[in-house]
Design a protein around this ligand. Structure first.
Ligand code: PEP
Ligand code: MG
Length: 569
């Protein structure tokens, strides 16, 4: 039976294919013995995890849409029954009490025992129930271990359905030719959504129920524009979406004709369109759309999905590949921005356990505390600057002190390279991301010491509006047009221009065609975005008149929305 599931359209496009539902089956299960004195606490932890899993399932059951098939409800009921089953409570509790086992190991052990029993069953229906055991125990384990499910298997030609995907998981999809991804959680500017867009992978996030309602092999239509999923579509729906896919392809081909035309407004104002990239291989996307260099190279992705951090040489090679491939167009390398939702599992680069990681040691703050990471990283960037124009950009900068500290370190490393006879560009510009509201408000102050600004609207909006960019529950409040946000963007651009330094924008707002005219009106002349967005933004720029754009920007800054509303009608 067909049904529809709504979420947030996080990456545009239509995909049709079989679902691959990722279960949290491969969490690392720690095994250790506990002291007799800790038995009560450990037992209580297990009971609490079971109770939380149960509450969660009850919520899911209440939220099942009216038109979902009856089996969906039965499926959740079966999981609830399993959670109440004494095997899943009594044996693990006994293992904690009598053998001094840790709770996660005890649940894991019980799962293995039950799976063995089910595997031996003759009845195919009962044997199929092993999936349910994996899902239920996985849910309890996740509460015990506090982790997100890692991407266990990736499926070529599949639509990945997961509770959540870390940015590191999403990188793997580049390799695995996944058709689309769907997650229960996540906002439209989370790093996972950003990556999906840069991969050209349609994505719907925040469905809440995707992993509960979909089964492996279900045919799914993912509509990343509207943020909906159609499960088990009938023939008419399939035809409609196949026709839509064809129309989109035709439009893409039309836009490709703009590839070699300049991004110039009707009245002749030249605009720079640059690309945001995550890995060296992305340089091919940059050429495909003819971007004028790289406006944001998110260097932290080099550090993901590996047991050890890359050394200076490996980093240098990665940067050198991109710089050389750009044929003289500038490459803005952002120094490591790890922390918050971009955690690493590399040895020696431990997980962030801050109370609030988005406000904790992240980006530049973390790097300044860890010179053993920062020094080889900066040396690799400096060395790459000998091969072509490179700009160094500092993320999450908050204070002038941090900027001065980073500059002093760069100067010291330049002296080191000089002494070692290694080449670098002594004029390499050193700029900052404007993504902390206080920096946007005091932009004139920072413009005196930074060589350029790049506005990171993803974090700027998150911090200005107190809205977590990765939380689907507040995604509707993430508003780039909020008067406070516009005032900060305007102030940053004006301050940069007054000081005579370049001002770019590399947050997702720059790649959303809905904001192109407004940003031009606010004075922005340098946009950096995921490569796939460039053709559409270029098309709008080529239709824009700067005086009209300025009138729109002035009206919005003054709180007058009539012009914008009229355009939307
Ligand atoms: C931003 O915050 O807008 C930005 C471009 O950086 P990131 O999305 O990597 O945090
Ligand atoms: Mg940011």
């Amino acid at each position: 039976m067909s049904f529809e599931l709504a979420g947030i359209g996080a990456s545009p496009g239509i995909a049709i294919g079989p679902a691959l539902v990722l279960e949290p089956a491969t969490l690392d299960i720690p095994e250790y013995r506990i002291e007799a004195a800790a038995v009560e606490t450990e037992s209580a932890r297990l009971r609490a995890a079971l109770a939380t899993a149960r509450d969660e399932l009850l919520l899911v059951r209440d939220a099942i849409p009216g038109d979902a098939p009856q089996e969906t409800r039965l499926f959740i009921d079966a999981h609830l029954l399993m959670l109440d089953d004494s095997a899943l409570r009594e044996r693990p509790l006994r293992a904690i009490r009598e053998e001094g086992r840790n709770a996660a190991w005890a649940i894991h052990h019980e799962r293995e025992r039950l799976l063995e029993i089910f595997d031996r069953m003759e009845d195919a229906y009962l044997r199929a129930k092993r999936e349910d055991i994996i899902q239920v125990t996985g849910r309890v384990l996740r509460h015990l271990l506090g982790g997100k499910p890692p991407l266990a298997r990736a499926g070529e030609g599949h639509i990945i359905v997961a509770e959540d995907l870390s940015p590191a998981d999403t990188v793997l999809m580049k390799r695995d030719r996944v058709l689309a991804c769907v997650t229960d959680f996540g906002g439209s500017t989370s790093h996972t959504a950003i990556l999906a867009r840069s991969l050209g992978l349609p994505a719907v996030v925040g469905t809440h129920l995707g992993t509960r309602l979909l089964r492996n092999g279900d045919t799914v239509i993912v509509d990343g524009d509207q943020g909906i999923l159609l499960v088990d579509p009938d023939a008419a729906m399939l035809r409609e979406y196949q026709a839509l896919q064809k129309r989109r392809q035709r439009r893409r081909r039309l836009l490709e004709e703009l590839r070699d035309l300049p991004a110039t407004t009707v009245d002749g104002t030249r605009v720079l369109l640059r690309a945001n990239i995550e890995l060296p291989d992305d340089r091919d996307f940059v050429h495909r759309v003819n971007a004028e260099g790289v406006g944001l190279y998110r260097s932290e992705f080099l550090f993901m999905n590996r047991p050890e951090a890359p050394d200076e040489e490996e980093q240098f090679n990665a940067f050198a590949q991109v710089v050389s491939a750009m044929g003289g167009a500038p490459v803005t390398i952002r120094s490591l921005d790890i922390g918050a939702d971009k955690s690493l599992r590399s040895e020696g680069m431990e997980e962030n356990t801050a109370v609030n990681p988005a406000l904790g040691l992240r980006g530049l703050r973390l790097c300044l505390r860890r010179p053993e990471w920062f020094r080889p990283h900066l040396r690799a960037i400096l060395r790459a600057s000998a091969l072509g124009p490179v700009c160094l950009m500092l993320p999450m900068l908050t204070s002038m002190g941090e900027l001065r500290q980073a500059k002093a370190l760069v100067r010291a490393l330049q002296d080191e390279l000089c002494a070692a006879g290694l080449p670098f560009d002594p004029q390499m510009p050193l700029g900052i991301m404007v993504e902390v509201p206080a920096v946007a408000m005091a932009a004139a102050h920072f413009a005196r010491e930074a060589d350029f600004f790049s506005i990171g609207t993803n974090d700027l909006i998150q911090y200005a509006l107190a809205v977590d960019r990765g939380d689907d529950d507040v995604n509707d409040l993430f508003d780039p047009l909020h008067a406070g946000v516009l005032a900060m963007i305007h102030n940053t651009i004006a301050a940069g221009h007054t000081a005579g330094i370049p001002v770019a924008m590399c947050g997702e707002m720059a790649g959303n065609p809905a904001y192109t005219e407004l940003l031009l009106g606010l004075g922005l002349r340098e946009f950096s975005m995921y490569p796939g967005a460039i053709p559409e933004v270029k098309e709008i720029i080529r239709r824009t008149r700067i005086d009209h754009a300025e009138a729109l920007a002035q009206a919005l800054l003054a709180g007058d929305w009539r012009d914008l509303e009229a355009r939307r009608e």
